[in-house]
Unconditional design. Sequence first.
Length: 73
Amino acid sequence: MITLKTKSYLVGLKSKSIEDLENDLVSAKKELFNLRFQSATNQLSNTSRIRQVRKNIARIQTVITLKKINADS
């Protein structure tokens, strides 16, 4: 089930260039690292945020792959 919030996030991702998406990917991976560190030290209050960030990383990687495939075609 894709919510309206997810759809708008995907539309925003699809409108970005590959370079911008790669920058977003790096920042999302840094955020995930920080969240995991907070979780390990029991400082994380919103544990569901880890799952959200992991899914966003997958979405970004998917859009990057699609854009690269379309660029080759």
